[in-house]
Design a protein around this ligand. Structure first.
Ligand SMILES: [Zn+2]
Length: 173
C-alpha cells in the first residue's frame, strides 16, 4: 500500500475521519479568497512548510506531527490521492500555503528543477532574502498583529520586505 501512517501507526483514514483533528487542522489555516494563499498559523519546519500535530487521539502522545499539506491534500482529494513516489507541489511557491487549489502532484525532480529556476528570479517568493522559513514566520507575525480590516495589506507588506531589490525596481516606475 502507498499509504504510510503519519505517526504512531495511526492510519491516515483514522485521522481524516476524526472531527476534532480536522477542526484543529482548519483552526491553523487562514482561509481567504479562492485564488489567494491560505496561510498556516501553526508550526513551521526549517523549510517554511506547515507542520501539524495530527495525532491527538486518546492513548497517543506527541509523535505524529506531519507536514500539514499532506493532511490537507488528503482531506481535499481523498486518502489514496498521493501515489507513491510523488510529492505535493505548491503552484504559488509558498511552502506554508494550505489552499488546495494551489497544490499539484509532481515528482521531486519537477519540484527541485522549478525551485532552482525560480529562485533566480528577482522578486520571486523563492528569492526571499529571509529564506523560506523566515518568509513564512514574517507572514505569521503580520497576521498575528494586523488590523483585521487591513489583513491583505499587512500580508503583502510582510512578503515585500523579503525582496528589497524588487521594491527598488518598483520605485523606478
Ligand atoms: Zn498559495
Amino acid at each position: 500500500m502507498s499509504i504510510s501512517p503519519p505517526g504512531n501507526g495511526v492510519p491516515w483514514g483514522t485521522l481524516l475521519a476524526d472531527g476534532e483533528t480536522v477542526a484543529r487542522y482548519w483552526s491553523h489555516v487562514l482561509c481567504r479568497g479562492p485564488d489567494d494563499c491560505w496561510w498556516w498559523t501553526g508550526g513551521l519546519s526549517d523549510t517554511g512548510h506547515a507542520t501539524f500535530r495530527a495525532v491527538s487521539l486518546p492513548g497517543h502522545t506527541r509523535r505524529g506531527t506531519v507536514p500539514a499539506h499532506l493532511f490537507g491534500y488528503r482531506l481535499a482529494q481523498g486518502i489514496d490521492s498521493i501515489p507513491a513516489g510523488l510529492v505535493i507541489r505548491h503552484r504559488c511557491d509558498e511552502p506554508p500555503c494550505q489552499n488546495p487549489a494551489h497544490w499539484l502532484l509532481g515528482t521531486r525532480g519537477d519540484n527541485n528543477r522549478d525551485a532552482a529556476s525560480r529562485r533566480r528570479l528577482a522578486g520571486h517568493a523563492l528569492a526571499d532574502v529571509r529564506g523560506a522559513a523566515g518568509r513564512a514566520r514574517a507572514v505569521q507575525a503580520a497576521i498575528a498583529t494586523a488590523d483585521p480590516d487591513h489583513l491583505d495589506e499587512a500580508i503583502a507588506a510582510a512578503l515585500a520586505e523579503g525582496n528589497p531589490s524588487g521594491a527598488h525596481q518598483d520605485s523606478l516606475f
